[in-house]
Structure formats: structure tokens, C-alpha cells
Design a protein around this ligand. Sequence first.
Ligand code: GDP
Ligand code: IMO
Ligand code: MG
Length: 427
Amino acid sequence: MPTAAVIGSQWGDEGKGKVIDYLAARADMVVRAQGGNNAGHTVVIDGKKYALQLIPSGVLRPGTVNIIAGGVVFDAAGFFGEIARFEEDGIDTSRIYVSDRAHLVLPYHKELDRLIEESKGAQGLGTTKKGIGPCYTDKAARTGLRVCDMLRPDAFREKLAARTAAANEQIVKLYGGEPLDVAKVVDEYAGYAERLAPRVRDTGVLVHEAIRSGKKVLFEGAQGTMLDLDNGTYPYVTSSHPVSGGFTIGAGVGPAAIGEVVGIVKAYTTRVGAGPFVTELTDATGDLIRERGHEFGTVTGRPRRCGWFDGVVVRYSVRLNGTTGIALMLLDVLDAFDEIALCTHYSHNGDTIEHFPADLELLAACEPVYKKLPGWKTDISGCTRYDELPAEAKAYVEAIEEISGVPVKIVSVGPNRAQTIVRSEIL
Ligand code: GDP
Ligand code: IMO
Ligand code: MG
């Protein structure tokens, strides 16, 4: 089946956008199915950087149909901002469709996200403040508004006014915030509703028809496995399901509709926001990774926490996602190191921990156990074939295959399309 899911195997920002853009050269359709504009996917074309948040990374390939499916939480204001930026750059945005089932991120979700984070002070999760948690909360509480609601203008105005007024109670009484101007919110969103209407579809039907007729479909993950609501480092997670299983619910397809599962793996590890991180390096080595990898958030600009490759995380991710192949990203960032460490397992009070634990206290007490490999100390960013890589770099790739139990099918040695080594074709 010519379909592939591209998922983040760590804490997000692994380079999903680059791989989607690369594979989208051959794809007919790219589908986002969870998360919202907390995602920041970067694609670099001829040295120009494009930041994608809600819009699937297939948009930069002319002819691709791009779907924002029902599991996404949809921020209309953010969406039209993104559309405007692409149009300024002369990118065709006509083939972007939005599910009628997607939940709406509304101004009060963003305000609540900010106030809840602030009220937690140092105990905050470090969210992107895009309203993601509060929106999924409304969805689970069955009080959310969906894109299909926008298509009934009078009822939409009424529902939105009622929801915003109810949220104002929380904003003011619980968090001491400023109430939102209900009439202003309603007018703004009535405007978005009108503009969005031509793009609204039952996207489950579009995806199903594409798969049934043998088209090549890519499912674009956002965030990463360790941020998964059920499987990640709870509560330091996002509120959606970034694992491959998330596509079945979020895009409305059966599990058999997903052919390959490409696990995007950074050659080291990063994380933005709070929460445990066993292989984190808070020393000069961590700083050098951050500097060489330009590890600053696309969405919030925050410096990303950096550390060595964590094999416990990646093995866990392979198991949860059913990963069939890895795309190993940012290998060139490690060009400068004399020695490179890979964590093979954790040690806890003298016991070996092979499987990622649920208990964060136990996790915090885990020590990484490293295998050390010599660095290659060579610029690999111009390599286009696997056999051009220095022997030490190939040994590093092969160590990751051994630790994860999955073949590395793509090796990325720079942000540009051409800096991609394909060892085994996907899609
Ligand atoms: P995503 O959220 O998973 O799509 O990843 P981000 O776009 O947030 O972060 C990945 C960053 O690494 C982006 O700035 C990419 O342009 C960049 N990038 C991707 N692949 C490579 C690579 O192989 N080498 C280098 N140096 N940068 C890369
Ligand atoms: P992409 O798709 C990295 C993190 C936030 C925070 C936690 C919860 O670019 O890989 P949220 O706003 O979702 O409620 O924040 O999740 N987070 C990400 N970290 N990459 C992302 O997306 C992320 N999306 C959310 O930093 O720790
Ligand atoms: Mg990102």
C-alpha cells in the first residue's frame, strides 16, 4: 500500500517537516491528523526557510492535496495568518482542505492556556500557549465547537457567544484575568467562518478515496511519541496522540490503511518545555549541540534542551508506533565531536532499565548508560550517498540500527532537500 506515516520518535522537532517535504515530491496527498499550531515544521528550499504550523508540509510541492483532518485542533486566526504568508511567497494554497469535524481553538483557549501556565509558576509544563490543552479539554468535556458549526452562521454566533461568556467566568473568577470582549470574538470568528467555508470537507472521505484509488498518501505527525498524552512523560506531554495510532482516529482511517511507519529520529535528543530528560547535557557539550543544531523553537523561539541519543526512548517509540524504518536527522550536527555517546539503557539502583518507565520519580533517578563511539570530525553536509560517509559516521548509524532494531532508511546531513541520503526508498 503506497501510504506512509511520518512520526516523531522523541520529544518533537526531529525534522518531520523536512522528511515530509522530501517524500511529498512523490505523494498525492499529505494529511495532518492531530495537534494544532503548537507544531513548528521547518522546510528549507534553496536556502529559504518556511515554517509550517497548521498547514501540512506537502504544500511546498505543487499539485499535492493537503488535508487538515478531524483530529487536529484548528486555530482559524493562525491558519489565515499562515495562508497569507504562503501567498506572499507565491505558494499555491488552493488545495488545502479542512475537516468539518476538527475542533476549533478559540481565543479563550489561548487565554486559559496562558493563565493556567502562569498560575503554576515554576511548576508549569512550558506549553506553547496556543490553547491546545484547553481546546482538547473542551473536546473531551463535550463542550467544544467544531468547524462544521461554523457553517451555520446564526447558531455559530450564538454558541460562540455562550462559550466565550462561560469561559470569561473562569478567566476572571478562577485566574483573575481580563474577560474577553464577546462581541468582538464573535464578529472575528464569523468572518473566518465565511472565508473557511470553501475549504471545508468531510476529509475522511477524501483520504479514503485517495487510498482506495491507489494514490500515495503521507500522514504527517506533529510533536513526538514522548509527548503523547497516554504514552509520553505525563503530565509533561501535549494533549493529543502523536503516535502512529493517532492517525486512525484523527484522520478517520482503519489501521490497515497505514503502510510504512517512518520514525523520525534526531541523531541526538532535544526537548522544549519542562519534564524529565535522562540524557540531557547541561554542560558545554549540550551548548555545542544547541549551537550547531540551531536548537531554538520554531513556534516560541525558546532554546531547546539538548542531550545525547537515548536508545531507551527510541526503542519505546519503535514499539509504540510499529516503526518500519528510521529517518536519522541532523547527523551533520555531530561533525564536531571527538567522541559521541549513545545511551543503550538506564541504570537505577544497580538495576538495568530497558523499558521506558511510567513513574517520573523513578525516571528522574535513572542514570544513562552509554556506549561511546569515536567522532568523525569531518564535514558530512555534502555527502549524498551512504558510502561517502566516513566509517565512524556509518558505525554511528549502524549502532542506532542495533539499539532500535529498525533499519535506518534515510540519513539527513543538512536542512536542504539535496542533503538527504536515501538508503532504501519509502513510498
Ligand atoms: P519538526 O518539528 O520535526 O518538523 O522539526 P523542526 O523543523 O522544528 O526542527 C528541525 C530543524 O532542523 C529545522 O530547523 C530543520 O531545518 C533542521 N534540519 C532538518 N534536518 C536537518 C539536518 O539533517 N541537518 C541540519 N543541520 N538541520 C536539519
Ligand atoms: P513539532 O510538531 C516540540 C511541547 C511543549 C510543551 C508540551 C505541551 O514541531 O515537533 P502544548 O502547547 O502542546 O500544550 O505543550 O509539548 N510541544 C512541542 N515540543 N515540538 C513540538 O511540535 C511541540 N508541540 C508541543 O513545548 O513542553
Ligand atoms: Mg518543530
